[in-house]
Design a protein around this ligand. Structure first.
Ligand code: HEC
Length: 162
């Protein structure tokens, strides 16, 4: 093995080590989600549920049986604007503490039909806010553009079957 290869392998090992995921925080984050967020946010919506909600919204109606955007969609949507863990966590911690329409990155319909979310984070510890934000970052791996493309494909299929 030449020295260059050796150095590259070392660099890769170290960069992976530097980004080690905080599994304890993520586990705690799921508990926080269940206690403080799941009342309004479901954990995951299937593509069908996403489509059903989207069709309602396109008709100008409130999506049924939900009080807030599902977390897999929230996670993917925020990553589109705040892709790294650090900026994502910072955004989520700030948003849940001081939410506002101006800061939010959801579709306009979310604020119209559900209203701006209450400042739940004001009653939470820094640690719990960080934990739930990390959980939200690592729990889901979908990319917003893929999800949205898939839901529009599904929409076309449904329409053409009619
Ligand atoms: C009382 C209902 C309710 C609870 C409880 C709640 N949320 Fe929300 N949340 C909403 C609604 C409604 C929206 C959509 C409107 C908005 O973004 O403000 C939302 C949106 C969000 C968003 C997207 C922000 C954006 O860009 O607009 C994040 C992130 C979020 N919630 C995180 C959380 C976390 C984390 C918790 C638990 C600690 C939580 N929420 C608890 C109702 C709630």
């Amino acid at each position: 093995m030449n020295i260059l290869k050796f150095l590259i392998i070392l660099a890769v090992l170290f960069s992976a080590y530097g980004q080690e995921v905080d599994h304890e925080a993520i586990k705690r984050g799921y508990e926080v989600f269940r206690q403080s967020c799941s009342l309004c946010h479901m954990e995951r919506a299937s593509l069908w549920e996403f489509l059903k909600a989207r069709l309602k919204v396109l008709k100008g109606e409130r999506p049924q049986n939900i009080d807030a955007p599902p977390m897999n969609l929230v996670s993917a949507r925020i990553k589109k604007f705040y892709p790294t863990e650090v900026e994502f966590v910072e955004f989520v911690k700030d948003y849940i503490t001081n939410p506002s329409r101006e800061k939010g990155v959801c579709f306009k319909a979310a604020y119209v039909f559900f209203g701006v979310m209450p400042p739940i984070g004001q009653g939470m510890s820094e640690e719990d806010k960080t934990a739930v934000a990390k959980w939200l970052y690592y729990r889901f791996s979908d990319r917003w553009d893929d999800l949205f493309r898939k839901v529009k494909e599904l929409q076309r299929q449904v329409r053409s079957e009619k």
